[in-house]
Design a binder for this molecule. Structure first.
Ligand code: AMP
Ligand code: ZN
Length: 398
């Protein structure tokens, strides 16, 4: 019989500042396999964990030490960042205030295949198609070249752009059986799913050459690597599956292991990238106004893991590298990032040797939308009855 989960609360060595509570909390999911949920009190002073049962005192002390290490590395002495709000339409009145998830599940519009893995039915699919119709138009206004990128991504290339150092916790690896008759026969005969995983011995699997892709625009930069940038500037667009393992943070459509992202990608000199990122923001703002979405756009940082978090998040903030579109979720009085405006400076240009006509490394940036999240936030604000949806979306559905 499975052991019952046990609650365990303890004081943080110092209060976790309000602006970091959410980010520290989501990192705690990765601290120990025994942690089922992690919550930090509103005053930042107490960590509350739900743990798989059966930990002895020594294991509990070791776990607590790891939690405190994360809290200390991410939060001790951290200064609140200057949050820059570029647009604030959070107070826009919207017609719906329920949690749409129970009804979506009941109607079979959303089916949970596994933690963080969902199938979507016709209503949500059409809604996403309506958003996609707009994004394709948006990309066309930039003259963006359409691209198709693979679902797998090269481990070698991700290493070149330091991905393993920045986001190790959310990686999803692709592997295959080793080319060995005994290994393959043994696997075929004995493998079953048990105890939340396959029972195959880890030695059956090959070394990792590929992962499931965590983002769309990386593929474009990889395709442009090690040569002069054709024409000195490029704009492209693509939609693709992205994978981010979010551990126990995976719940509802808010946070998925497997989701889809639409991106418009800019590569060229710094001013070209920045002007287009800003142009993209203004065009998207006009669209969100037409559909009446309640949202804001504010400066943000990527979800770096503990070791890189402080330095990288501060860097992104100082140089205004990332802004997020956060849509209101009325039922929980919260918000959810449905898209982002990103500028990577010449990071990819340097690491991948993409050169401008003057010999300098190219700058890059992108406008990215999470399609499931956009649909989910829309349903949170407008409900499941298309008759109550904004004309802009209904017209596309018709
Ligand atoms: P990012 O590159 O992190 O700015 O991601 C771009 C967009 O992808 C975000 O604004 C979200 O809408 C979406 N996204 C990122 N992670 C997830 C996830 N785990 N589940 C669903 N959507 C996600
Ligand atoms: Zn991107």
């Amino acid at each position: 019989m499975a052991e019952r989960a046990a609650e365990h609360s303890f004081a943080s060595a110092f209060p976790i500042p309000a602006h970091l509570i959410g980010q520290v909390q989501s990192r705690l999911a990765y601290v120990d396999e025994a942690i089922q949920t992690a919550a930090i009190s509103e005053d930042g002073g107490t960590v509350r964990l739900e743990l798989a049962g059966g930990l002895d005192a020594a294991a509990l002390a070791a776990l607590e030490a790891k939690v405190l290490q994360v809290v200390e590395e991410m939060a001790k002495g951290a200064l609140p960042p200057k949050v820059e709000v570029l647009e604030d339409h959070m107070a826009r009145p919207v017609p719906y205030a329920e949690d749409p998830m129970p009804e979506l599940l009941a109607r079979g519009e959303v089916s949970r295949e596994h933690t963080g893995i969902y199938s979507l039915g016709p209503l949500v699919t059409r809604l996403i198609e309506a958003f996609e119709r707009y994004f394709v138009e948006l990309a066309a206004e930039f003259g963006a070249a359409p691209q198709r990128f693979p679902t797998l991504i090269s481990a070698e290339k991700l290493d070149r752009v330091n991905y393993f150092r920045a986001f190790p916790h959310s990686l999803t690896f692709a592997t295959h059986l080793r080319e060995d008759l005994h290994v393959i026969n043994d696997f075929a005969e004995h493998t079953h799913y048990e105890e939340a995983g396959l029972n195959a011995p880890p030695e059956s699997f090959s070394r990792i050459q590929a992962l499931l892709s965590p983002a769309v625009c990386y593929h474009y930069y990889f395709a442009l690597a090690d040569k002069p940038l054709p024409g000195g500037q490029l704009i492209a667009t693509a939609v693709g599956h992205c994978f981010r393992y979010e551990s126990s943070n995976l719940n509802t459509l808010e946070r998925l292991w497997d989701f889809t992202m639409r991106e418009v990608i800019f590569v060229g000199p710094a001013d070209f990238v920045l002007e287009n990122r800003e142009g993209g923001r203004q065009k998207v703002a006009a669209f969100l106004e037409r559909i009446g979405l309640a949202y804001l756009v504010e400066s943000a940082n990527d979800p770096f893991f503990v070791g890189e978090f402080r330095k990288q998040a501060a860097f992104q903030n100082a140089f205004q590298l990332k802004y997020e579109i956060r849509a209101r979720l009325p039922f929980k009085d919260g918000s959810l990032a449905v898209g982002s405006y990103n500028y990577h400076q010449d990071f990819f240009g340097r690491h991948l040797n993409i050169s401008l006509p003057d010999g300098k490394p190219a700058h890059t940036g992108c406008v990215a939308f999470g399609l499931e999240r956009l649909a989910y936030a829309f349903l949170c604000q407008f409900g499941l009855d298309p008759a109550a949806w904004p004309a802009e979306i209904r017209e596309v559905l018709a």
